[in-house]
Every structure is written in structure tokens, then in C-alpha cells.
Design a protein around this ligand. Structure first.
Ligand code: PLP
Length: 366
């Protein structure tokens, strides 16, 4: 038997077919059709946010949410290297300079006590990551941003469905990006969105994701193509109906992992965050002084057909494509390096059987 690290949520085939059936009448397959409009409305309701702009994937949503801010070239952006390649690449591809801040060793989000010393007169923004669905210290970040007049763009790829003090993750910062990739808690097969309060962004983001075309005879931006198609939107409409149930099932899985692994010497779990309603997106485990190293646990599981993931390893500030570039140095973020060398995310999805969780824990504890 094989257990993958994740398994995409899907509606029944019948439900999906009903959702795409109208496309055979309209022949309208992409370019902001009915399904696209419906999903934007559904997400606005679900996230209780004023504006949602859909994208073909989360990465391009993040690239465009930086582009819409109109930063000067070479502006500095404070971010963390303990993330998926997308976060750092999105900054660099916007001709901005990532400045790496370390993470804290509790929830692995940006260490807000280390941001201020990295701010220079070139700093334009902070791009923090709600890593594993753990919320960043949004209040401290907001304070710093106001004090130094910086924009905040959250990589909220992991945080769909997470709330802080009852407010959805979509509502913090100047913009928040979600990924709806097949491996995420909520998926549109591939997809993503930017959420924001400033209504002026809507027109620009919609232009940017469609070649910069503003009207039939006017092209205002050097835009790319990042539109979500109708089939992806239909998948999202269906999956959103079942999301709360999926999250509840994930919670059961996570609670069982905790029962088995919490308090074991040398095994460190993220504690639930105060005032945060989790989406149970990932289950990271740090092996620190345990009798097996992270790599040994990874291999023991792999031998049994169980795919855990070294997520996030390597750090983005050690990627080959950035080798030798100024500021890309894992030694500048020692906690991120420490965690990246020891962390493993265990299989987690809504339908993961409790017996499988037990098997995984037996191997780890065996
Ligand atoms: C998945 C992910 C992205 C990119 O989203 P895609 O939809 O795959 O393009 C960006 N940042 C983080 C932290 C992610 O996990």
C-alpha cells in the first residue's frame, strides 16, 4: 500500500458534471465567464473579504499582487526563506530584492522582532508567509508597516480557511495570495486568488492577468496571461461546498497524530495558535535530538511506501539559481536553517484513515 503526503479533495463526478454542463450550451470556456464570476462571489462570501481576483495559479497571483503595488525597481522586500520557491521567485521576477528575515522557532513564521533591523530606505514591502497555515503575527507586522510606510503582501497559500480572532486570513495586509493548487486544502485543480480591500486594484489586476489589455483598443500594461478557466472555476464551486467538512476530517487526523506524538522526547510539534482557527493544512514534525534523524524517519517511511515531505528543505536562500548572489545566505537565517534540516511534514488529507495514521506513528516511534 502507498500513502502519499496528500490527496486532492474532489466532489463526486456527478456534482462536477452538473457544474460544467452549462458550458456545453454557452461554449464559453475561459475569459471571466459565468463559473468564474460565480466562484469570485462564493469566495468573497466564504472569506468575508471585499475583493477577490481569481488566477490560473497562486504563483501568478502573487507576482501580480506585487506588480499592482508599483514598486520602484530594486526595491527591497523583507521575507523569509522558509517557504516554497514561489515566494522568493515572485519577488525576484518583479525585479525586487528579497531581504531574508529569520523565522521564529514556535510556528516558523517570520520573526517579527528581527524585521526592524532589516529595514532600509530602499525597503518597500514585507512579504510574510502564513507557513503551514500558521498565522504570522499580523498585528506586529501591521504596526511596523504603518511606522515605516511599507506595503504588506501575505503569501497565504497555506492559509485558506484560517481565521484569526474570527477574521479570515484574506483580510490582513494590503493583499493576500491564496493557492488553489490540487495539493492545497481547497483546490480548483490549479488556481489561485488575490484578496484585498483597495477597490482600485481590481481593474489593474484584471488587466495584468490578461496581457495588460484594458479595452478593445487599449493595452495599458506589459501583462502576462493568468486567467482561471471555467472548468477550474467549476471545480472550485463544487469543492467549496464541501470544504468545512473536509477541514473537520483533517482535524480528526491531526488530533490523532497529536495524541500519538505530542510529548515524545526529541519530537517537536507546532502548538495550536491562540485566537487562530486552523485549517489543518499540514502536519510538520521537527526531529531534534530524537533517536532517528529527520532523514532516517523519511527513509523508514519511504521503505513502507509512505511519502512524507521535507517541506521546506532546501531554504530558498540556498537555491542553485541564486548561488553567489548578495543576500542569499542560509547563515543569515540560522533558525530557518535549523528547522529546514530537521522538519518533515507527515501525510495529511481528509480521508486519511486513522489506521494509517497509527501505522505512520508506529514506524516513527518503533
Ligand atoms: C503552493 C504555494 C505557492 C504557489 O501556488 P501555486 O498555486 O502552486 O502556483 C506559493 N507559496 C506557497 C507557500 C505555496 O505553498
Amino acid at each position: 500500500m502507498v500513502i502519499n503526503v496528500t490527496r486532492s479533495s474532489m466532489p463526486t463526478l456527478e456534482e462536477y458534471v452538473e457544474e460544467i454542463r452549462p458550458l456545453w450550451d454557452s461554449h464559453w470556456l475561459t475569459n471571466m465567464g459565468d463559473r468564474h464570476k460565480q466562484l469570485e462571489r462564493d469566495l468573497k462570501d466564504y472569506l468575508a473579504v471585499s475583493h477577490v481576483t481569481l488566477y490560473t495559479n497562486g504563483h501568478l497571483a502573487l507576482e501580480n499582487s506585487l506588480a499592482v503595488m508599483n514598486f520602484p525597481p530594486n526595491g527591497e522586500v523583507i521575507t523569509t526563506p522558509f517557504t516554497f520557491a514561489s515566494t522568493t521567485h515572485a519577488i525576484v521576477r518583479n525585479r525586487l530584492k528579497p531581504v531574508f528575515c529569520d523565522i521564529n522557532d514556535k510556528d516558523y513564521t517570520i520573526d517579527v522582532t528581527k524585521i526592524e533591523s532589516l529595514i532600509t530606505d530602499k525597503t518597500v514591502a514585507i512579504v510574510p508567509v502564513h507557513v503551514y497555515g500558521n498565522m504570522c503575527d499580523v498585528e506586529a507586522i501591521k504596526e511596523l508597516a504603518q511606522k515605516y510606510n511599507l506595503k504588506v503582501i501575505y503569501d497565504a497559500a497555506h492559509a485558506f480557511g484560517v481565521t484569526y480572532k474570527g477574521i479570515s486570513a484574506a483580510n490582513f495586509g494590503d493583499a493576500s495570495m491564496f493557492s488553489f493548487h490540487a495539493t492545497k486544502v481547497f483546490n480548483t485543480i490549479e488556481g489561485g486568488a488575490v484578496c484585498y480591500q483597495n477597490s482600485e486594484f481590481t481593474v489593474v489586476l484584471n488587466d495584468l492577468k490578461n496581457f495588460g489589455i484594458h479595452g478593445p483598443e487599449s493595452v495599458e500594461y506589459v501583462g502576462g496571461n493568468a486567467k482561471m478557466n471555467e472548468f477550474a472555476a467549476a471545480m472550485g464551486i463544487c469543492n467549496l461546498r464541501h470544504l468545512d467538512g473536509e477541514i473537520a476530517k483533517r482535524r480528526t487526523v491531526v488530533e490523532h497524530y497529536r495524541e500519538r506524538l505530542d510529548g515524545v522526547k526529541g519530537i517537536k510539534l507546532c502548538a495550536p495558535q491562540k485566537d487562530v482557527q486552523s485549517n489543518y493544512a499540514y502536519f510538520p514534525v521537527v526531529f531534534d535530538g530524537y533517536r532517528y534523524s529527520r532523514d532516517e524517519v523519511f527513509s523508514l517511511l519511504a521503505e513502507k511506501g509512505i511519502a512524507a515531505r521535507k517541506y521546506f528543505y532546501p531554504l530558498t536562500n540556498s537555491f542553485d539559481c541564486y548561488k553567489g548572489q548578495e543576500g542569499f545566505d542560509v547563515e543569515s537565517t540560522p533558525i530557518a536553517k535549523y528547522i529546514a534540516d530537521r522538519v518533515l511534514t507527515l501525510p495529511l488529507y481528509a480521508d486519511l484513515a486513522i489506521a494509517d495514521v497509527d501505522q505512520i506513528c508506529d514506524i516513527i516511534l518503533g
